[in-house]
Design a protein around this ligand. Structure first.
Ligand SMILES: NC(=O)c1ccc[n+]([C@@H]2O[C@H](COP(=O)([O-])OP(=O)(O)OC[C@H]3O[C@@H](n4cnc5c(N)ncnc54)[C@H](OP(=O)(O)O)[C@@H]3O)[C@@H](O)[C@H]2O)c1
Length: 284
C-alpha cells in the first residue's frame, strides 16, 4: 500500500510529502510522481520512491498505481490543458482500481463564476464518472500568491488592485499541504468534499498593512477600476490575455468568491490556519 503524490515536484506536492513524513508515514510508503527530474532526484534523496511522469503521455503512468494505493492528484499548472492531463491520471487510476483518489480543486468548483473553476469542475466530474472512491479538497487562495505584490510594493510603496472591498480568506500553502496529507492518511475523509480556506478573511487595506510590516516600508492601496487595472498591467508588460485573467480574478475577489471562512481547513488539520502576516513573512 502506497501514497502516490502526483505533482510531487511542485510547491504543494513537496510540502505534502514533508507533511506525510512529519506525520510518521514511512518514506518507502510514499511515491513522488512528477516531471522535473532534478526535483525528483532531490525527493529520492529523502528516501521516498519516485516515478517520472508526464500527464500528457499516458505511457509514463504505466506501473505507477496498484489497487491498494491512495492517490493525491494535485491539479497541474498548465491552464487550458489540465482536463486532458488530469483525465489521463484518472483513467490510469481507474484501470487499476486504486483504493481512493484525492483531488485539489477550487472553491465551489461546481457552482461558481470563479474564472479558474471550469477545469476543476470538469476534473471533479471525471473523478465522479470513474466510480473511484474520492475526496475532493477545494483549496482556497494561497497567501504565497501575494509574493509578487509584496515585491512590487517593496519597489513602489503601492499595492495596485481592482479588488475594491472584496475579502480573501487565504491560508499558507503549508496549511493546504497538511490538509492533503491528512486526506491521504485518513480514510474517513472518503466521499467528502471540503471547502478549504483560512480562518480569517482580510481586505486590501489589511493586506497592505501586512505587506508593510513584512517589508518594512509604508504601503498604500491604489484601488482602480477593472479597465484601468487592465491598462496598467499591459503598460507594465503583461500581454492582454494574462492581464485580463488577473483583472477577472480581482473581479471574482471583489465579488467575494475567495472570501468564505468556514473553519473546514483548520478542523481538518487540527490547528488554526497560518495568519496572513505569518504566511507572508515566511514566504518573503
Ligand atoms: N489555490 C491557489 O491559490 C493556487 C494558486 C496557484 C496554483 N494553484 C493550483 O494548485 C496546484 C499546486 O500548486 P503549486 O503551487 O504546487 O504549483 P506548482 O509549484 O506550479 O506545481 C505544479 C505541479 O504540476 C506538475 N505538472 C504540471 N503539468 C504536468 C504534466 N504535464 N505532467 C506532470 N506533472 C505536471 C508540475 O510538475 P513539474 O514541476 O515536475 O513539471 C508540478 O509538480 C497548481 O498546479 C494549480 O493547479 C492553486
Amino acid at each position: 500500500m502506497s501514497y502516490i503524490v502526483i505533482g510531487a515536484t511542485g510547491h504543494l506536492g513537496t510540502l505534502t510529502i514533508d507533511s506525510l513524513l512529519d506525520r510518521g508515514i514511512a518514506a518507502t510508503d510514499i511515491v513522488a510522481a512528477g516531471r522535473n527530474a532534478d526535483r525528483l532526484t532531490a525527493l529520492a534523496e529523502r528516501g521516498v520512491r519516485t516515478q517520472r511522469i508526464d500527464l500528457d503521455d499516458p505511457a509514463t503512468l504505466e506501473g505507477l498505481f496498484s489497487p491498494d494505493d491512495t492517490v493525491l492528484l494535485i491539479s497541474g499548472n498548465e491552464v487550458g490543458r489540465r482536463v486532458a492531463q488530469h483525465g489521463n491520471a484518472i483513467d490510469a487510476a481507474r484501470s487499476v482500481g486504486v483504493k481512493r483518489i484525492i483531488y485539489t480543486s477550487a472553491p465551489k468548483a461546481d457552482a461558481t463564476a470563479l474564472v479558474l473553476a471550469p477545469e476543476h469542475k470538469a476534473t471533479e466530474e471525471l473523478i465522479a464518472a470513474s466510480g473511484l472512491p474520492a475526496t475532493i479538497l477545494r483549496n482556497g487562495w494561497y497567501t504565497e500568491n501575494y509574493l509578487q505584490a509584496a515585491e512590487q510594493a517593496r519597489q513602489t510603496g503601492t499595492l495596485v488592485t481592482s479588488v475594491g472591498d472584496g475579502k480573501v480568506a487565504s491560508a499558507s500553502r503549508g496549511d493546504f499541504a497538511e490538509a492533503a496529507a491528512v486526506a491521504l492518511i485518513d480514510d474517513t475523509t472518503t466521499g467528502n468534499t471540503y471547502e478549504l480556506s483560512g480562518d480569517e478573511s482580510w481586505n486590501q487595506q489589511e493586506l497592505a498593512a501586512a505587506i508593510s510590516a513584512t517589508i518594512g516600508r509604508d504601503v498604500t492601496v491604489q484601488n482602480v477600476t477593472s479597465e484601468e487595472h487592465q491598462r496598467l498591467l499591459v503598460a507594465a508588460g503583461l500581454d492582454e490575455g494574462t492581464a485580463g485573467f488577473v483583472v477577472a480574478l480581482d473581479g471574482n475577489t471583489r465579488d467575494g468568491l475567495l472570501g468564505v471562512t468556514n473553519g473546514e481547513l483548520s478542523t481538518l488539520i487540527g490547528r488554526p490556519t497560518t495568519p496572513l502576516i505569518d504566511g507572508l513573512r515566511a514566504a518573503v
